[in-house]
Design a protein around this ligand. Structure first.
Ligand SMILES: C[S@@+](CC[C@H](N)C(=O)[O-])C[C@H]1O[C@@H](n2cnc3c(N)ncnc32)[C@H](O)[C@@H]1O
Length: 334
């Protein structure tokens, strides 16, 4: 697959279109997020985060320090907001220590941020996000102290400009960087903000050429919708291919582990792919049409019909394959 990475300047310009009018020059409004809608598919959305967590290496520490990560043994049960999925049990051996300061970039409603606190309950974990709706939900459901003596908090930040405000042992991001044009340009600064041996770990969707997302882009650029939506159909398509992430992060002096997985997801209910996309990729289009209920309904009906043809329900539900790209980059200081 080719790289879907798009430079920042393209963010406000129209995509390929037969429309000959002038390109948009004003910045687009931030998409309005709906935490409840997003959480409809939290099981499938959490799985890749657990797979990412499982690959995060231990931090170097003084020999014999931090003998075992008791957090991993389930010490955080009872932590406010910690949900059903259990994080993998990982023990930190002699000479290693668990991360004490963790940032979660694009934390959304905080449901995966809280898994960080579950795994490392004495850590101080901060989730950063741009969406007031997501931050309010995260704060309500998950903020507070953890039984291990750590805490979870959530702060507003635009990842396009975020720089580490203090040294972090671990910076993670799950399903968020695809919204941030030029995020690879921030890697050097983020890695610089890690403690020696610290890790930058992220996961981004890699399915933007799949029917669900290709059809959305085409519909937004179709004659009926392009005047209102042409800039909104592919606003989240800012990723590199795995080999490009590998080279960039290795160039920055990291021990780097990059891989991809396609999850064969089985979704249930009526129009489940539409319901999935309503939580994420559709946010910009829905935000742009928010003041026009009739247009919203008409647009959703057209998209729904396209999705029904692309993802017909089967005897066990609707199969919705989802490719994701993972990167774990450890500073090689020690
Ligand atoms: C698909 S959600 C992922 C949420 C969470 N990380 C998870 O895995 O459930 C993407 C999140 O990225 C946030 N986001 C998008 N662009 C952002 C930016 N420029 N700065 C900060 N957050 C951003 C959105 O507000 C949203 O909460």
């Amino acid at each position: 697959m080719h790289s879907d990475f798009v430079p920042e300047s393209v963010e406000t310009a129209p995509r390929e279109s037969t429309d000959t009018s002038e390109p948009t020059s004003t910045p687009l409004p931030a998409p309005r997020w709906d935490p409840q809608q997003y959480l409809h598919h939290s099981g499938h959305r959490t799985r890749p985060f657990l797979d990412l967590l499982a690959r995060i290496p231990a931090l170097p520490g003084p020999s014999g320090a931090a003998a075992a990560d008791t957090a991993a043994a389930g010490g955080a049960r009872g932590t406010r907001g910690v949900g059903a999925p259990r994080t993998p049990v990982v023990l930190h051996g002699p000479g290693t220590r668990p991360p004490a300061r963790i940032a979660d970039l694009g934390c959304g409603p905080g449901n995966v941020t809280t898994l960080l606190a579950e795994r490392w309950p004495d850590a101080r974990v901060t989730g950063f996000d741009l969406s007031p709706e997501m931050l309010a939900q995260a704060d309500k459901d998950h903020a507070g102290t953890t039984p291990g003596g750590g805490w979870l908090d959530f702060r507003p930040a635009d990842l396009a400009h975020w720089t580490p405000d203090e040294p972090y042992d671990l910076i993670v991001s799950n399903a968020a960087l695809q919204w941030v044009p030029n995020h690879p340009e921030s890697f050097a600064c983020w890695i610089d903000g890690l403690t020696p041996g610290g890790t930058l770990a992220f996961q981004v969707p890699g399915n933007f050429t799949s029917p669900s997302h290709a059809l959305l882009g085409e519909l937004c650029e179709s004659p009926r919708w392009r005047a209102r939506l042409r800039d909104h159909g592919r606003r989240y398509v800012h990723i590199l291919e795995p080999a490009d992430y590998l080279l960039r992060l290795t160039d920055l002096g990291c021990e780097t582990d990059v891989w991809e997985t396609t999850y064969s997801q089985l979704l249930h209910g009526e129009d489940p792919v539409l319901d999935w996309v309503k939580g994420t990729a559709l946010r910009p289009a829905l935000t742009a049409l928010a003041d026009d209920e009739e247009a919203t309904e008409a647009f959703l009906a057209e998209y729904r019909d396209l999705l029904r043809r692309a993802y017909p329900p089967g005897p066990h539900g609707t199969v919705f394959p989802f490719r994701r790209i993972f990167a774990v980059a450890r500073r090689k200081d020690r």
